[in-house]
Design a protein around this ligand. Structure first.
Ligand code: AMP
Ligand code: GLY
Length: 423
Protein backbone atom coordinates (compact mmCIF):
# COMPACT_ATOMS: atom_id res chain seq x y z
CA UNK A 1 0.00 0.00 0.00
CA UNK A 2 0.98 3.63 -0.38
CA UNK A 3 1.74 5.33 2.90
CA UNK A 4 2.00 8.96 4.03
CA UNK A 5 3.84 10.15 7.14
CA UNK A 6 3.08 13.68 8.34
CA UNK A 7 5.96 15.61 9.92
CA UNK A 8 9.58 16.48 9.34
CA UNK A 9 11.73 15.46 12.29
CA UNK A 10 13.89 12.60 13.50
CA UNK A 11 10.71 10.86 14.63
CA UNK A 12 9.29 10.92 11.11
CA UNK A 13 12.55 9.76 9.52
CA UNK A 14 12.50 6.83 11.96
CA UNK A 15 8.90 5.98 11.01
CA UNK A 16 9.91 6.15 7.35
CA UNK A 17 12.94 3.92 7.95
CA UNK A 18 10.86 1.25 9.71
CA UNK A 19 7.85 1.35 7.39
CA UNK A 20 9.98 1.26 4.23
CA UNK A 21 11.42 -2.10 5.34
CA UNK A 22 8.01 -3.73 5.08
CA UNK A 23 6.99 -5.73 2.00
CA UNK A 24 3.58 -4.16 2.46
CA UNK A 25 4.94 -0.68 1.79
CA UNK A 26 4.75 0.39 -1.86
CA UNK A 27 5.15 4.12 -2.32
CA UNK A 28 6.14 6.06 0.77
CA UNK A 29 5.55 9.82 1.16
CA UNK A 30 6.66 12.16 3.91
CA UNK A 31 5.17 15.63 4.20
CA UNK A 32 7.05 17.85 4.50
CA UNK A 33 10.01 15.55 5.41
CA UNK A 34 13.72 16.37 5.44
CA UNK A 35 16.92 15.43 3.61
CA UNK A 36 16.96 12.03 5.32
CA UNK A 37 13.41 11.07 4.37
CA UNK A 38 14.10 12.23 0.80
CA UNK A 39 16.54 9.30 0.44
CA UNK A 40 13.94 6.63 1.22
CA UNK A 41 10.63 8.31 0.40
CA UNK A 42 9.11 11.12 -1.64
CA UNK A 43 8.95 14.41 0.23
CA UNK A 44 5.94 16.63 -0.39
CA UNK A 45 6.09 20.26 0.70
CA UNK A 46 2.94 21.10 2.64
CA UNK A 47 1.90 22.30 6.06
CA UNK A 48 0.75 19.43 8.30
CA UNK A 49 -2.18 21.53 9.50
CA UNK A 50 -3.40 22.30 5.96
CA UNK A 51 -5.92 19.45 5.89
CA UNK A 52 -7.18 20.32 2.42
CA UNK A 53 -3.64 20.01 1.02
CA UNK A 54 -3.21 16.67 2.82
CA UNK A 55 -6.49 15.49 1.29
CA UNK A 56 -5.41 16.41 -2.23
CA UNK A 57 -2.14 14.51 -1.75
CA UNK A 58 -3.91 11.42 -0.39
CA UNK A 59 -6.32 11.35 -3.33
CA UNK A 60 -3.69 12.06 -5.97
CA UNK A 61 -1.28 9.38 -4.75
CA UNK A 62 -3.83 6.74 -3.71
CA UNK A 63 -2.62 6.75 -0.15
CA UNK A 64 -4.15 4.03 1.98
CA UNK A 65 -2.37 4.62 5.29
CA UNK A 66 -1.39 7.83 7.09
CA UNK A 67 0.77 8.10 10.19
CA UNK A 68 0.57 11.44 11.98
CA UNK A 69 3.88 12.40 13.64
CA UNK A 70 3.35 15.68 15.54
CA UNK A 71 0.56 16.77 17.89
CA UNK A 72 -0.67 19.92 16.12
CA UNK A 73 -2.71 18.28 13.35
CA UNK A 74 -4.13 15.78 15.87
CA UNK A 75 -5.20 18.48 18.32
CA UNK A 76 -6.70 20.40 15.38
CA UNK A 77 -8.73 17.35 14.40
CA UNK A 78 -7.15 15.79 11.33
CA UNK A 79 -8.49 12.35 12.24
CA UNK A 80 -12.06 13.67 12.49
CA UNK A 81 -11.53 15.46 9.17
CA UNK A 82 -10.62 12.11 7.58
CA UNK A 83 -13.47 10.20 9.23
CA UNK A 84 -16.06 12.74 8.10
CA UNK A 85 -14.93 12.74 4.47
CA UNK A 86 -16.46 10.15 2.13
CA UNK A 87 -13.26 9.87 0.07
CA UNK A 88 -10.89 9.79 3.04
CA UNK A 89 -12.64 7.66 5.61
CA UNK A 90 -11.27 4.39 4.20
CA UNK A 91 -7.67 5.54 4.82
CA UNK A 92 -6.06 3.72 7.75
CA UNK A 93 -4.98 6.58 10.01
CA UNK A 94 -2.63 6.16 12.97
CA UNK A 95 -3.50 8.95 15.40
CA UNK A 96 -6.31 9.78 17.84
CA UNK A 97 -9.44 11.83 17.18
CA UNK A 98 -9.63 15.41 18.42
CA UNK A 99 -11.31 14.34 21.67
CA UNK A 100 -8.48 11.88 22.28
CA UNK A 101 -5.84 14.46 21.39
CA UNK A 102 -7.20 16.78 24.07
CA UNK A 103 -5.23 14.69 26.58
CA UNK A 104 -2.20 16.53 25.22
CA UNK A 105 -4.00 19.67 24.00
CA UNK A 106 -5.25 20.59 27.47
CA UNK A 107 -3.33 19.91 30.68
CA UNK A 108 -6.47 20.66 32.68
CA UNK A 109 -8.40 18.03 30.72
CA UNK A 110 -5.57 15.53 31.27
CA UNK A 111 -5.63 16.19 35.02
CA UNK A 112 -9.43 15.81 35.14
CA UNK A 113 -9.18 12.55 33.19
CA UNK A 114 -6.58 11.20 35.61
CA UNK A 115 -8.74 12.25 38.55
CA UNK A 116 -11.78 10.56 37.05
CA UNK A 117 -9.99 7.23 36.53
CA UNK A 118 -7.86 7.39 39.70
CA UNK A 119 -4.58 7.50 37.82
CA UNK A 120 -1.70 8.59 40.09
CA UNK A 121 -0.49 12.12 39.33
CA UNK A 122 0.58 15.24 41.24
CA UNK A 123 -2.13 17.07 43.21
CA UNK A 124 -3.24 20.24 41.40
CA UNK A 125 -5.68 23.08 40.99
CA UNK A 126 -6.32 25.16 37.90
CA UNK A 127 -6.90 28.90 37.59
CA UNK A 128 -8.05 31.53 35.10
CA UNK A 129 -7.61 35.31 35.01
CA UNK A 130 -10.73 35.75 37.18
CA UNK A 131 -9.22 33.51 39.86
CA UNK A 132 -5.70 34.99 39.83
CA UNK A 133 -5.95 36.03 43.49
CA UNK A 134 -7.04 32.53 44.49
CA UNK A 135 -4.13 31.11 42.46
CA UNK A 136 -1.63 33.31 44.28
CA UNK A 137 -3.17 32.24 47.57
CA UNK A 138 -3.02 28.54 46.54
CA UNK A 139 0.71 28.92 45.86
CA UNK A 140 1.27 29.99 49.48
CA UNK A 141 -0.13 26.62 50.62
CA UNK A 142 2.50 24.68 48.59
CA UNK A 143 6.13 23.96 49.27
CA UNK A 144 8.74 25.06 46.70
CA UNK A 145 9.62 24.42 43.96
CA UNK A 146 6.39 25.59 42.32
CA UNK A 147 5.14 23.97 39.10
CA UNK A 148 3.07 26.16 36.73
CA UNK A 149 1.70 24.72 33.50
CA UNK A 150 0.02 26.59 30.67
CA UNK A 151 -3.08 24.56 29.82
CA UNK A 152 -2.68 24.55 26.02
CA UNK A 153 0.03 23.62 23.53
CA UNK A 154 3.08 25.84 23.96
CA UNK A 155 5.72 24.02 21.88
CA UNK A 156 7.15 22.32 24.97
CA UNK A 157 7.82 25.63 26.73
CA UNK A 158 4.65 25.98 28.77
CA UNK A 159 5.93 24.50 32.05
CA UNK A 160 7.71 26.68 34.61
CA UNK A 161 9.40 25.29 37.71
CA UNK A 162 10.27 28.09 40.13
CA UNK A 163 12.03 28.18 43.47
CA UNK A 164 10.61 31.36 44.98
CA UNK A 165 7.02 32.08 45.90
CA UNK A 166 7.26 35.69 44.68
CA UNK A 167 8.54 34.58 41.30
CA UNK A 168 5.82 31.92 41.01
CA UNK A 169 3.11 34.46 41.83
CA UNK A 170 4.56 36.91 39.30
CA UNK A 171 4.75 34.26 36.55
CA UNK A 172 1.21 33.11 37.28
CA UNK A 173 0.10 36.70 36.71
CA UNK A 174 2.19 36.90 33.52
CA UNK A 175 0.54 33.80 32.16
CA UNK A 176 -3.03 34.63 33.17
CA UNK A 177 -3.15 38.35 32.49
CA UNK A 178 -0.12 39.30 30.36
CA UNK A 179 -0.50 36.58 27.74
CA UNK A 180 2.92 35.06 28.46
CA UNK A 181 2.06 31.91 26.48
CA UNK A 182 -0.76 33.44 24.48
CA UNK A 183 -4.11 31.65 24.62
CA UNK A 184 -2.34 28.48 25.83
CA UNK A 185 -1.91 30.24 29.19
CA UNK A 186 -5.53 31.39 29.65
CA UNK A 187 -5.84 28.52 32.09
CA UNK A 188 -2.91 27.55 34.32
CA UNK A 189 -2.52 24.28 36.20
CA UNK A 190 -0.55 24.61 39.44
CA UNK A 191 0.85 21.29 40.64
CA UNK A 192 2.59 19.72 43.54
CA UNK A 193 6.28 19.15 42.70
CA UNK A 194 7.24 15.49 42.44
CA UNK A 195 10.82 14.55 43.17
CA UNK A 196 11.99 11.51 41.27
CA UNK A 197 13.44 10.19 38.02
CA UNK A 198 11.57 10.50 34.73
CA UNK A 199 10.92 8.01 31.96
CA UNK A 200 8.57 7.58 29.02
CA UNK A 201 6.20 4.72 28.43
CA UNK A 202 4.61 4.36 24.99
CA UNK A 203 1.37 2.56 24.42
CA UNK A 204 -0.10 1.66 21.05
CA UNK A 205 -3.88 1.27 21.16
CA UNK A 206 -6.85 0.76 18.89
CA UNK A 207 -9.09 2.17 21.60
CA UNK A 208 -9.89 -1.27 23.03
CA UNK A 209 -6.68 -3.24 23.32
CA UNK A 210 -3.17 -2.01 23.87
CA UNK A 211 0.49 -2.96 23.49
CA UNK A 212 3.13 -1.46 25.75
CA UNK A 213 6.15 -0.55 23.62
CA UNK A 214 9.75 -0.50 24.90
CA UNK A 215 10.41 2.12 27.60
CA UNK A 216 12.71 5.07 26.93
CA UNK A 217 14.31 7.94 28.74
CA UNK A 218 15.13 11.22 27.07
CA UNK A 219 17.53 13.98 28.07
CA UNK A 220 15.73 17.28 27.70
CA UNK A 221 18.16 19.91 28.94
CA UNK A 222 20.75 21.51 26.69
CA UNK A 223 23.61 21.16 29.17
CA UNK A 224 25.45 18.25 30.71
CA UNK A 225 24.22 17.08 34.10
CA UNK A 226 20.70 18.09 32.99
CA UNK A 227 21.45 21.79 33.36
CA UNK A 228 20.28 24.76 31.32
CA UNK A 229 17.34 25.37 29.03
CA UNK A 230 14.79 22.77 27.98
CA UNK A 231 15.10 21.45 24.44
CA UNK A 232 13.08 19.04 22.34
CA UNK A 233 15.48 16.33 23.55
CA UNK A 234 19.25 15.83 23.31
CA UNK A 235 19.41 12.05 23.42
CA UNK A 236 17.54 8.96 24.57
CA UNK A 237 18.05 5.37 25.61
CA UNK A 238 15.85 2.26 25.59
CA UNK A 239 15.07 0.21 27.61
CA UNK A 240 15.19 2.13 30.89
CA UNK A 241 17.22 0.05 33.37
CA UNK A 242 15.24 1.17 36.43
CA UNK A 243 11.87 0.31 34.84
CA UNK A 244 12.06 -3.29 36.05
CA UNK A 245 9.30 -5.92 35.98
CA UNK A 246 7.73 -4.89 39.31
CA UNK A 247 7.70 -1.24 38.38
CA UNK A 248 6.22 -1.90 34.93
CA UNK A 249 3.51 -4.06 36.51
CA UNK A 250 2.50 -1.04 38.60
CA UNK A 251 2.57 1.14 35.48
CA UNK A 252 0.34 -1.28 33.60
CA UNK A 253 -2.18 -1.86 36.41
CA UNK A 254 -2.39 1.67 37.80
CA UNK A 255 -1.84 3.74 34.68
CA UNK A 256 -2.10 1.96 31.32
CA UNK A 257 -5.24 -0.08 32.00
CA UNK A 258 -7.20 2.77 33.61
CA UNK A 259 -6.15 5.07 30.76
CA UNK A 260 -7.44 2.71 28.08
CA UNK A 261 -10.56 1.98 30.15
CA UNK A 262 -11.15 5.73 30.46
CA UNK A 263 -10.94 6.17 26.69
CA UNK A 264 -13.41 3.32 26.27
CA UNK A 265 -15.77 4.61 28.96
CA UNK A 266 -15.89 8.00 27.23
CA UNK A 267 -16.30 6.39 23.81
CA UNK A 268 -13.24 8.19 22.46
CA UNK A 269 -12.01 7.12 19.04
CA UNK A 270 -8.32 6.51 19.75
CA UNK A 271 -6.21 4.60 17.26
CA UNK A 272 -2.64 5.61 17.85
CA UNK A 273 0.05 6.21 20.42
CA UNK A 274 -0.32 7.29 24.02
CA UNK A 275 2.99 8.65 25.28
CA UNK A 276 2.92 8.63 29.06
CA UNK A 277 5.48 10.91 30.69
CA UNK A 278 6.16 9.27 34.04
CA UNK A 279 8.11 10.05 37.14
CA UNK A 280 9.27 7.33 39.53
CA UNK A 281 9.04 8.62 43.08
CA UNK A 282 10.60 6.05 45.39
CA UNK A 283 9.22 2.89 43.76
CA UNK A 284 5.91 4.41 42.65
CA UNK A 285 4.92 5.69 39.19
CA UNK A 286 3.10 9.02 38.71
CA UNK A 287 1.96 10.57 35.44
CA UNK A 288 3.58 13.92 34.61
CA UNK A 289 1.80 14.31 31.29
CA UNK A 290 0.11 12.58 28.39
CA UNK A 291 1.12 13.12 24.80
CA UNK A 292 -0.92 11.69 21.97
CA UNK A 293 1.95 10.89 19.59
CA UNK A 294 5.39 9.33 19.79
CA UNK A 295 8.21 11.26 21.46
CA UNK A 296 11.18 12.73 19.68
CA UNK A 297 13.98 11.58 20.16
CA UNK A 298 12.43 8.58 21.99
CA UNK A 299 11.07 7.24 18.69
CA UNK A 300 14.65 6.93 17.44
CA UNK A 301 15.35 4.31 20.13
CA UNK A 302 11.92 2.70 20.53
CA UNK A 303 10.93 1.93 16.93
CA UNK A 304 14.26 0.45 15.78
CA UNK A 305 13.89 -2.10 18.59
CA UNK A 306 10.57 -3.33 17.21
CA UNK A 307 11.05 -6.26 14.87
CA UNK A 308 7.43 -6.83 13.86
CA UNK A 309 6.28 -5.57 10.48
CA UNK A 310 5.14 -2.05 11.36
CA UNK A 311 2.77 -1.74 8.39
CA UNK A 312 0.92 -4.86 9.53
CA UNK A 313 0.81 -3.60 13.09
CA UNK A 314 -0.62 -0.26 11.98
CA UNK A 315 -3.20 -1.98 9.76
CA UNK A 316 -4.40 -3.89 12.82
CA UNK A 317 -4.55 -0.69 14.87
CA UNK A 318 -6.67 1.04 12.23
CA UNK A 319 -8.92 -2.01 11.86
CA UNK A 320 -9.50 -2.22 15.62
CA UNK A 321 -7.81 -5.64 15.71
CA UNK A 322 -4.72 -4.95 17.79
CA UNK A 323 -5.48 -8.06 19.85
CA UNK A 324 -4.29 -10.09 16.85
CA UNK A 325 -0.79 -8.58 17.04
CA UNK A 326 2.21 -10.12 18.76
CA UNK A 327 4.92 -7.47 19.10
CA UNK A 328 8.47 -8.67 18.74
CA UNK A 329 11.12 -6.56 20.42
CA UNK A 330 14.90 -6.77 20.01
CA UNK A 331 16.76 -7.74 23.20
CA UNK A 332 19.55 -5.31 22.42
CA UNK A 333 19.48 -1.85 23.94
CA UNK A 334 19.41 1.29 21.82
CA UNK A 335 20.72 4.80 22.39
CA UNK A 336 20.47 7.94 20.31
CA UNK A 337 22.56 11.08 20.40
CA UNK A 338 21.16 14.34 19.04
CA UNK A 339 23.52 16.74 17.26
CA UNK A 340 22.24 20.31 17.43
CA UNK A 341 23.05 23.72 15.95
CA UNK A 342 25.17 25.95 18.20
CA UNK A 343 22.89 28.37 20.08
CA UNK A 344 19.89 26.03 20.15
CA UNK A 345 17.36 26.14 21.87
CA UNK A 346 17.77 29.90 21.46
CA UNK A 347 18.77 31.58 18.19
CA UNK A 348 20.96 29.54 15.83
CA UNK A 349 22.12 29.68 12.23
CA UNK A 350 20.89 27.46 9.41
CA UNK A 351 22.27 26.33 6.08
CA UNK A 352 25.53 24.83 7.39
CA UNK A 353 26.91 22.03 5.22
CA UNK A 354 26.93 18.64 6.98
CA UNK A 355 29.88 16.41 6.13
CA UNK A 356 30.93 12.88 7.05
CA UNK A 357 27.56 11.16 6.63
CA UNK A 358 29.15 8.56 4.33
CA UNK A 359 31.63 7.51 7.05
CA UNK A 360 29.08 6.28 9.60
CA UNK A 361 29.59 2.68 10.70
CA UNK A 362 27.34 0.49 12.83
CA UNK A 363 24.85 3.29 13.63
CA UNK A 364 21.79 4.74 11.90
CA UNK A 365 21.69 8.48 11.35
CA UNK A 366 18.17 9.87 11.49
CA UNK A 367 17.75 13.36 10.09
CA UNK A 368 15.80 15.96 12.05
CA UNK A 369 16.50 19.54 10.91
CA UNK A 370 18.15 18.97 7.54
CA UNK A 371 17.48 20.04 3.96
CA UNK A 372 19.08 19.53 0.57
CA UNK A 373 20.73 22.48 -1.12
CA UNK A 374 22.77 22.30 -4.35
CA UNK A 375 23.19 18.55 -3.88
CA UNK A 376 24.50 18.96 -0.34
CA UNK A 377 22.87 18.18 2.99
CA UNK A 378 22.62 21.32 5.11
CA UNK A 379 21.24 22.17 8.55
CA UNK A 380 17.74 23.62 8.67
CA UNK A 381 16.76 23.37 12.33
CA UNK A 382 17.95 23.34 15.93
CA UNK A 383 18.04 19.58 16.27
CA UNK A 384 19.89 18.40 13.18
CA UNK A 385 20.69 14.67 13.38
CA UNK A 386 20.07 11.76 15.78
CA UNK A 387 22.63 8.94 15.77
CA UNK A 388 21.06 5.67 16.91
CA UNK A 389 23.12 2.61 17.86
CA UNK A 390 22.52 -0.78 19.44
CA UNK A 391 24.48 -2.63 22.10
CA UNK A 392 24.36 -5.17 24.93
CA UNK A 393 23.32 -2.25 27.12
CA UNK A 394 22.81 1.49 26.65
CA UNK A 395 26.46 2.19 27.51
CA UNK A 396 27.75 0.09 24.66
CA UNK A 397 25.13 1.61 22.36
CA UNK A 398 25.84 5.25 23.20
CA UNK A 399 29.58 4.65 22.85
CA UNK A 400 29.04 3.78 19.19
CA UNK A 401 26.97 6.92 18.71
CA UNK A 402 29.77 9.03 20.18
CA UNK A 403 32.35 7.36 17.92
CA UNK A 404 30.22 8.20 14.91
CA UNK A 405 29.52 11.75 16.11
CA UNK A 406 33.26 12.37 15.82
CA UNK A 407 33.06 11.57 12.10
CA UNK A 408 30.34 14.14 11.45
CA UNK A 409 30.80 17.85 11.09
CA UNK A 410 28.94 21.09 10.60
CA UNK A 411 29.82 24.58 11.74
CA UNK A 412 28.93 25.12 15.45
CA UNK A 413 27.77 21.50 15.94
CA UNK A 414 27.04 20.69 19.59
CA UNK A 415 26.00 17.57 21.51
CA UNK A 416 25.85 16.43 25.11
CA UNK A 417 28.62 14.09 26.17
CA UNK A 418 26.76 12.55 29.10
CA UNK A 419 23.69 10.75 27.74
CA UNK A 420 22.79 8.09 30.33
CA UNK A 421 24.85 9.75 33.07
CA UNK A 422 22.14 9.40 35.71
CA UNK A 423 21.39 5.69 35.29
P1 AMP B 1 5.58 18.57 30.80
O1 AMP B 1 5.57 19.50 29.64
O2 AMP B 1 4.28 18.45 31.53
O3 AMP B 1 6.24 17.26 30.47
O4 AMP B 1 6.62 19.20 31.84
C1 AMP B 1 7.93 19.49 31.44
C2 AMP B 1 8.87 18.99 32.49
O5 AMP B 1 8.62 19.64 33.74
C3 AMP B 1 8.74 17.52 32.80
O6 AMP B 1 9.45 16.73 31.91
C4 AMP B 1 9.30 17.46 34.19
O7 AMP B 1 10.72 17.45 34.16
C5 AMP B 1 8.87 18.74 34.81
N1 AMP B 1 7.64 18.58 35.59
C6 AMP B 1 6.38 18.71 35.16
N2 AMP B 1 5.51 18.51 36.15
C7 AMP B 1 6.22 18.24 37.25
C8 AMP B 1 5.89 17.93 38.61
N3 AMP B 1 4.63 17.90 39.04
N4 AMP B 1 6.90 17.68 39.46
C9 AMP B 1 8.17 17.74 39.03
N5 AMP B 1 8.55 18.02 37.79
C10 AMP B 1 7.60 18.27 36.90
N1 GLY C 1 10.99 14.14 23.88
C1 GLY C 1 9.80 14.66 24.42
C2 GLY C 1 8.71 14.86 23.47
O1 GLY C 1 8.71 14.39 22.35
O2 GLY C 1 7.74 15.51 23.85
Amino acid sequence: MNILILGSGGREHTFAHQLSKSDNCDKLFVAPGNAGTAKIATNVALSVTDFEAVKQLVLKENIEMMVVGPEDPLVQGIVDFFNRDEELKKVAVVGPSKRGALLEGSKERAKEFMGMYKIPTAAYESFKAESLAAGKEFLTTLKPPYVLKADGLAAGKGVLILDSLEEAQKELENMLTNNKFGAAGNTVVIEEFLDGIELSVFVLTDGKDYKILPTAKDYKRIGEGDKGLNTGGMGAISPVPFADKDFMKKVEERIVKPTINGLKAEDIDYKGFVFIGLIKVGEEPYVIEYNVRMGDPETEVVLPRIESDLVEVFQKVAAGALNEVELEVKKEAAATLVLVSGGYPEAYEKGKVISGLENIEDSIVFHAGTAEKDGKVVTSGGRVLAITSFGEDYKEAIKKSYQNADKLHFDKMYFRKDIGFDL
